[in-house]
Design a protein. Structure first.
Length: 257
């Protein structure tokens, strides 16, 4: 078994886990909204639609009259997260937790911001969010991602299965379970999970690449190459299969004594 930290940046691009994320941002400024009982619902609709600037405008107006509104602070953090500004996002989440210490949304946001630089710290944030909102399948999935990024594949597998028990149609958890099994030394089991997803009506290039990863790690290089050819030129597919074969050899090595 290998550590994700030991995999090259190109390998990481191949095997990136599908942590649930918010949509891309829009830079168009929006007018200051009229405040009302459903104002934050408008902000969340803007976030879901990929317009964090609108959400910032709305939450800014809410916070001007109610600076300690934890829900507005969380929505504001989510908007900054969408804009790849985790410094501002973390400040908003921390402010929310000062006013509402068990705000699971803020703990989840902190974990997502921390994940890239410190998976173990992110796992602690996600665990706190789960303690405060145990039925949130997306948060359980994110905990699995953090465990997998820290090479704790057995724990990750358990979290992904738990997420699927909470929400059986959570596709990200299914894909992540397959990748975690593959990277943890069980590519055969990963094939059985990822294969139907890669052949299904909702298959994406990312899912097909994940399936190809499992195939290559199981030493089915020809099949992996055929899958990759769906989305990339032959030379790129051949290069990726070769890299995955090297990764598979490293995973198969016994741990150092």
């Amino acid at each position: 078994m290998t550590s994700l930290a030991a995999i090259s940046s190109k390998h990481l691009a191949i095997v990136m886990f599908a942590a649930l994320s918010l949509a891309a941002c829009s830079a168009q400024p929006q007018p200051t909204p009229h405040l009302g009982s459903k104002t934050l619902n408008v902000a969340r609709t803007a976030l879901a639609g990929g317009n964090p600037q609108m959400a910032l405008t709305i939450t800014g107006a809410v916070l001007k009259s109610d600076p300690g509104n934890s829900e507005a602070l969380i929505d504001r953090g989510d908007a900054y997260y969408l804009m790849n500004d985790c410094a501002q996002a973390e400040a908003a989440y921390q402010h929310a937790l000062r006013t509402a210490p068990h705000a699971a949304g803020a703990e989840l946001g902190l974990g997502r911001c921390t994940l890239a630089r410190d998976p173990r710290a992110a796992a602690a944030d996600f665990s706190r969010a789960i303690d405060d909102d145990p039925s949130n399948a997306a948060t359980v999935n994110d905990l699995g991602v953090a465990d997998a990024e820290a090479s704790r594949f057995a724990a990750a597998n358990a979290e992904f299965k738990k997420a699927l028990a909470l929400d059986p149609v959570l596709g990200a958890a299914s894909v992540n379970l397959g990748m975690s099994l593959a990277l943890g030394g069980n590519p055969g089991k990963a094939e059985t999970i990822l294969g139907p997803l890669a052949r299904g009506p909702r298959a994406t290039a990312k899912i097909r690449a994940d399936y190809a990863t499992a195939l290559a790690l199981a030493d089915h290089s020809a099949s992996a190459r055929r899958i990759l050819l769906t989305d990339m030129p032959e030379d790129e597919a051949q290069s990726m299969v070769a890299q995955l074969a090297k990764l598979g050899a490293r995973i198969a090595l016994p741990p150092p004594s």
